[in-house]
Ligand binder design. Structure first.
Ligand code: KIV
Ligand code: ZN
Length: 520
């Protein structure tokens, strides 16, 4: 990896998967899940992890606090609107952080100031300056964002930014909140700001681009070429509406085109695919097969002429190697004779570390069961297995003891389910429109969650009919949305597990997703 020399030849990677990413409808996460993602981001050497929005909900406060406690190699950041209450909450939540940052923002575009904030520009400047001063009482590391900067007036942006720098902001983040700008225009905005603001040399300029026109990565790179030295992005491009700039695309563009960029990031790119899989699994947002870098087809060569070229010299059709971004070359890994040590070591290579002997034992027991039924176990199987064990380790009240379904032509399928609920076993038998439908109805007959099913998706983890099925289930109850996950060689069992995992989350009420919050 290129050694980073000074801050000017370093592009800071600020990941907001846990904050802006979580704002995608349906992508809400539990505190445990946020922590697991934060650990992978830390391992990837992300510089700043925006862990959440502490004032948005007690769950989000807790999540930021836990990430701040457990992450030590990356700076942990909390978002705050430009008001004293939000900044205090962020400051308190971040207290345990080894390196903590408060990110405060207020909208600066005419349309937002008039309709959302109902404030005059002078009031907006006052709010911004006092929020930054307040944040400096908690940490020296304060970031300020003029929200909707992409549609703000240049003179006003220069005025407010100059004043927040004087008030103590150390990073100025320019968001293209609605994904409206074009690359040349956005790059031009960054160079205009750097040139026109008299104290601009005291701060790092950052950018935060949304993908409404599919330009978030292009805009971010154009801004970096114009002098921005921090990019805000998310794994898999997760985020509000069409998403944020994708971390993997920015990082690999910069790394692959070092002939064009005179800076690089610190990212350990081999962690990109494991992070992508984890985020997709936790949120239930699948990665499209042709997605750059992390899509299943990103390194697949179908056309004979391409295959021939790649066999002769990889560079004929590949501009980077699959291994460099974490796709494993040695795909067949373990079998039924593999021991605990080999299991733990292989997972370590894949970026998973067990928090306790108990969690290792649980996952190993499941691995042995799987190895009895499945001849070849791939890296992807192991990743799904540990993710599933992690999902289930979260003090679940309900678990699946037994499931039997029957499907027959011209007969309504039925499912018999036995659930363990605390110390009790409860059974039900129900028919449905299919085996999965019957299983869900049987579970619902016992748990009576009162929720509606918003999403049911099945994904095959590897190829072949003996592949594990990975199922995501999204349930909604009174505005609360939870994602459940399950994997198994039998997709009906995987589906039942996913449903029960979601029901556990509903009952634990441990979600961190921010509710509707007002502008400031
Ligand atoms: O898109 C946006 O403007 C944001 C800000 C809070 C930075 O997410
Ligand atoms: Zn955003």
């Amino acid at each position: 990896m290129k050694t980073v020399k000074t801050i000017r030849d370093r592009l800071i990677v600020f990941d907001t998967t846990l904050r802006d990413g979580e704002q995608s409808p349906g992508a809400s996460m539990t505190q445990e899940e946020k922590l697991r993602i934060a650990k992978v981001l830390e391992k990837m050497q992300v510089d700043v992890i925006e862990a959440g929005f502490p004032a948005a909900s007690p769950g989000d406060y807790e999540a930021v606090n836990r990430v701040a406690t457990e992450i030590s190699d990356s700076t942990v950041c909390g978002l705050a609107r430009a008001n004293a209450g939000d900044v205090e909450k962020a400051g308190e939540a971040l207290k345990p952080a080894r390196s903590g940052r408060i990110h405060t923002f207020i909208a600066t575009s005419p349309i937002h100031m008039k309709h959302k904030l109902r404030m005059q520009p002078d009031e907006v400047v006052e709010h911004a300056v006092s929020a930054v001063r307040k944040a400096r009482q908690y940490t020296d590391d304060v970031e300020f964002s003029p929200e909707d900067a992409g549609r703000s007036e240049l003179d006003f942006l220069c005025r407010i930014i100059e004043q927040v720098i004087d008030a103590g902001a150390r990073t100025i983040n320019i968001p293209d909140t609605v994904g409206y700008t074009l690359p040349s225009q956005f790059g031009g905005l960054i160079s205009d700001l750097i040139q026109r603001i008299p104290n601009s040399d005291k701060v790092i300029f950052s950018v935060h681009c949304h993908n409404d026109l599919g330009l978030a990565v292009a805009n971010s790179l154009s801004a970096a070429m114009a002098g921005a030295r921090q990019v805000e992005c998310t794994v898999n491009g997760l985020g509000e509406r069409a998403g944020n700039a994708s971390l993997e695309e920015i990082v690999m563009a910069v790394r692959t085109r070092q002939d064009e960029f005179d800076f690089d990031t610190n990212i350990d790119t081999t962690q990109i695919v494991p992070a992508s899989r984890l985020v997709s699994n936790i949120t239930g947002f699948p990665v499209q097969p042709n997605k750059a870098i992390v899509g299943a087809n990103a390194f697949a060569h179908e056309a004979g002429i391409h295959q021939d070229g790649v066999i002769k010299a990889r560079e004929t059709y590949e501009i980077m190697s699959a291994e460099a971004v974490g796709w494993s070359s040695n795909r067949m890994v373990l079998g039924k004779h593999s021991g605990r040590h080999a299991f733990r070591e292989r997972l370590k290579e894949l970026g998973f570390e067990f928090g306790s002997e108990e969690s290792l034992n649980m996952a190993f027991a499941r691995f042995k069961k799987m190895a009895d039924r499945k001849h070849e176990i791939f890296d992807e199987d192991l990743q799904a297995l540990v993710t599933e064990s992690g999902n289930r380790a979260e003090n679940e009240r309900f678990s699946l003891k037994y499931l039997k379904t029957s499907s027959e032509t011209d007969r309504e399928p039925t499912a018999r389910v036995v659930l363990q609920i605390d110390d009790e076993e409860v059974a039900s038998e129900v028919s449905g429109n299919g085996a999965v439908d019957a299983a869900f109805k049987a579970i619902e007959a016992i748990l009576d969650t009162g929720s509606t099913l918003q999403l049911f998706s099945v994904n095959s983890i590897t190829s072949g009919t003996d592949a594990q099925g990975e199922v995501s289930v999204r349930l909604e109850r009174e505005g609360m949305i939870v994602n459940g996950h399950g994997s198994d060689l039998d997709i009906v069992i995987a589906s039942a597990r996913a449903y029960i995992n979601a029901a556990n989350k509903l009952s634990a009420d441990s979600m961190t997703h921010p509710q509707m919050i007002e502008g400031v």
